[in-house]
Design a protein around this ligand. Structure first.
Ligand code: GLY
Length: 376
């Protein structure tokens, strides 16, 4: 058996374990909307904070499971969550640019899977909210709300742009795509550094659109390299290439991917929270690794064969490092991926199971098995 066959057999073995676990945990978690697990039980952040940016990821995970297994149980729970989120969609002032993450996962994916007209309408409403955040002065989408967040653009937003491209194509409204593309150019120039590391936040002067400064955001500090931001960069820039066909984005995606691979090679192919934090203490962020795997696999498919190997082989190394060191396949525990970190400077947000870690780990596995559903 050569190493490729062996690896595919091993992936199938993990897929069986994931199915066995999710069959049980999806019943136990049900239509709660999980965020962080404590003592092996996910919370239900949906009951206290329905507009929170992560509230689509459980539905997205369930849609991936439905797509790969055709088990109706997953569809039914995902639909309940989608309907629950209607009360969030009605609170536009409480929502931000992450309507992309929320309704790509919770509604657009339903529409792509089942053609459901209500899901399509939810996707359009979310796209209109996102497009309404466009700032023509600087040609960008405003990330967050509040006077202290004026002019702020963040790397994560690359992942929200597919909502606009979807709406543009589905409703034949090219202005959605134009906004997304304008933002992608602005964000790439402001956020991607020459060495392939990425700033989390760029701040523009709201009236003139002039770039004022960059901020450290959820990473260690200004000038550091927050690993999840780097991972959003790989995946988001590859998606920007897919949607624009401009090789500028492909080259930028490669640059960011190369930097990510070089950094995780120093730590056993799992990411620290920040690649430029002090050596001690070591804090892991497995969510960044899971997202980066998906991004590397997205990227590799746009490259000539002789360039694919670096990205595909690195994605596999990262996948197995997560699987062997950080996965919990015990159905008695809710979480699948341990060791996620929401931000560097808050202890309760470090090295905990976070729902989007599970979602992107499953997407990574299904991508490697060619069983995945396209959410972004
Ligand atoms: N989008 C916010 C984060 O990645 O934590």
């Amino acid at each position: 058996m050569d190493s490729k066959e062996s690896s595919e057999t091993d992936l199938q073995h993990i897929w069986v374990k994931v199915q066995q676990k999710l069959k049980i945990t999806s019943r136990r978690i049900g239509s709660a909307i999980p965020y962080i697990a404590v003592d092996h039980r996910y919370d239900d952040i949906g009951s206290t904070h329905l507009t929170w940016w992560t509230n689509g990821f459980w539905a997205g995970l369930l849609w991936q499971m439905y797509h790969a297994t055709q088990d109706q149980q997953y569809l039914e729970v995902a639909r309940i969550i989608e309907k629950k989120l209607d009360a969030a969609l009605a609170q536009e002032d409480q929502l931000d640019h992450d309507v992309g993450f929320m309704w790509l996962n919770a509604a657009v994916t339903d529409y792509k899977t089942t053609n459901d007209p209500e899901a399509k309408a939810r996707g359009l409403k979310a796209a209109q909210i996102l497009a309404g955040r466009y700032q023509p002065s600087g040609r960008y989408l405003l990330a967050w709300n509040g006077v202290d967040k004026k002019g702020q653009v963040i790397v994560d937003c690359f992942m929200n742009l597919p909502l606009l491209y979807w709406a543009s194509e589905t409703f034949n409204q090219p202005e959605f795509a134009q906004i997304a593309t304008n933002h992608a150019y602005t964000a790439t120039k402001a956020l991607v550094r020459a060495d392939g590391s990425v700033n989390h936040i760029a701040v523009f002067e709201p009236q003139t659109g002039e770039l004022l400064k960059t901020l450290g955001g959820q990473g260690y500090g200004e000038g550091s390299a927050w690993s999840r931001g780097q991972a959003w960069g790989i995946y988001g820039l590859a998606l920007a290439y897919r949607n624009t066909n401009d090789s500028y984005f492909l080259n930028q995606a490669k640059l960011v991917a190369n930097a990510f691979i070089a950094n995780v090679a120093l730590s056993g192919y799992v990411s620290h929270i920040d690649f430029r934090a002090p050596e001690e203490p070591v804090y892991w962020d497995t969510t960044a690794t899971a997202i980066a795997i998906c991004g590397l696999l997205e990227l590799s498919q746009y490259l000539p064969t002789d360039q694919q190997q670096l990205y595909h082989a690195s994605a596999l190394k990262m996948f197995w490092a997560l699987t062997e060191r950080f996965c919990d396949f015990n159905p008695a525990d809710d979480e699948l991926l341990t060791g996620g970190s929401a931000k560097y400077h808050r202890a309760s947000d470090r090295e905990v199971p976070i729902i989007y870690g599970d979602t992107f780990y499953i997407e990574a596995l299904l991508r490697l098995l060619a069983l995945d559903l396209t959410i972004y």
